[in-house]
Design a protein around this ligand. Structure first.
Ligand SMILES: NC(=O)c1ccc[n+]([C@@H]2O[C@H](COP(=O)([O-])OP(=O)(O)OC[C@H]3O[C@@H](n4cnc5c(N)ncnc54)[C@H](O)[C@@H]3O)[C@@H](O)[C@H]2O)c1
Length: 308
């Protein structure tokens, strides 16, 4: 049994991770300011600190709690907000992360595992599926700030010996997803269909993403706890899916048609995103287990239950 802190543990991925860690017998504390997370997602068996990651009391609290592991998932996750207000994004995603790292090193945390991003860090690239060794040209302050925090983690390892792993997720989907998020398109489309509303498609709908189911992401996060790997690891399916394929999968699960409206392409939107997962297979012994049909069926079922 380990003592584990999960920042962002009231959010979509974080709350699913907390449930799994508790089921594995760990003692879990959730740190979240509930800006996009929800109180009712927080497992009752976890301790809850309703706090901002920038809070000045963090080091003192860490020293009292003596966590073994820290999962850092709290973030400003909306790419468009990062474009409108890069200073705000930097404050949460870099300075907030540094506050967590300082508290971790001062209190003797054994390892920090950071939720990072693939698509937003690699930017548009011809190397598909994209490996971790690809050049990084982020197309948004969000991507730049995630990459910056990754570098700080490596620095803390080199200088202070603080162990870490960085997991670069592709587009995560599943129950509890926040619609304003980085990869909220499946959340938006499933909810629209469940409510019989229409959806907007920007451009020709041929833009592709690599959609990975939340339970698979959680199993990778858990594997990362015990593995020696001070590096970046993509967590993805390595399958490219375009908007039309995604819609037809959701329609199959819902057994009804989604009304779509077309809108002009949005400036700066990535055309293709698909990440190689061979490093995850090699280092974590991880592969995705939930195929897209099954993942969409589970997600739609959950969304339909919410709108009842
Ligand atoms: N969802 C995806 O497809 C995806 C893809 C790549 C990376 N990620 C990363 O995974 C992590 C989790 O994302 P998610 O999709 O679960 O998003 P989410 O919005 O559901 O979760 C983020 C959580 O962080 C909390 N939070 C935000 N700012 C905070 C602050 N200043 N102090 C304390 N808590 C704060 C929110 O309340 C929320 O509970 C993020 O770091 C995100 O960048 C997500």
């Amino acid at each position: 049994m380990s003592k584990i802190l999960v920042t962002g543990g009231a959010g979509f991925i974080g709350s699913t991770l907390v449930d799994a860690l508790l089921a594995n017998g760990h003692a879990v504390t959730v740190l979240d300011n509930l800006v996009s997370g929800r109180r009712d997602y927080i497992n009752q068996a976890a301790d809850f600190w309703e706090l901002d990651i920038l809070d000045e009391s963090l080091t003192e609290r860490f020293l009292e709690s003596k966590f073994d592991f820290v999962y850092h998932l709290a973030a400003q996750i909306d790419v468009r907000i990062s474009v409108e207000d890069p200073v705000f994004d930097n404050r949460i995603n870099v300075l907030g992360g540094l506050n967590i790292l300082e508290a971790s090193r001062k209190s003797g945390v054994k390892k920090v595992i950071m939720a990072s991003t693939g698509g937003a860090i690699y930017g548009d690239t011809d190397i598909i599926p994209t490996p971790e060794t690809a050049p990084t040209y982020p197309l948004s302050p969000y991507g730049i700030n995630k990459l910056t925090l990754e570098k700080h983690l490596n620095y803390y390892y080199q200088v202070y010996g603080l162990n870490y792993s960085v997991l670069r997720f592709s587009n995560v989907y599943g129950p509890r997803q926040y619609k304003g998020g980085e990869a909220g398109v499946i959340a938006i489309f499933t909810e629209a269909l469940a409510n019989n509303k229409s959806c907007l498609i920007y451009g020709d709908g041929k833009q592709t993403r690599d959609y990975v189911y939340v339970d698979d992401v959680v199993s990778a996060l858990i594997k990362a706890m015990t593995v020696e790997a001070q590096q970046e690891i993509n967590i993805s399916t390595a399958n490219e899916v375009d908007i039309w394929e995604m819609i037809s999968m959701i329609e199959k699960a819902a057994q009804k048609k989604l009304e779509v409206k077309l809108a002009p392409t949005r400036a700066g939107e990535q055309k293709r995103s698909c990440l190689s997962n061979s490093r995850a297979q090699e280092i974590l012994g991880w592969q995705p287990q939930i195929n897209f049909t099954e993942g969409i069926a589970r997600t739609y079922k959950w969304v339909a239950e919410q709108v009842k």
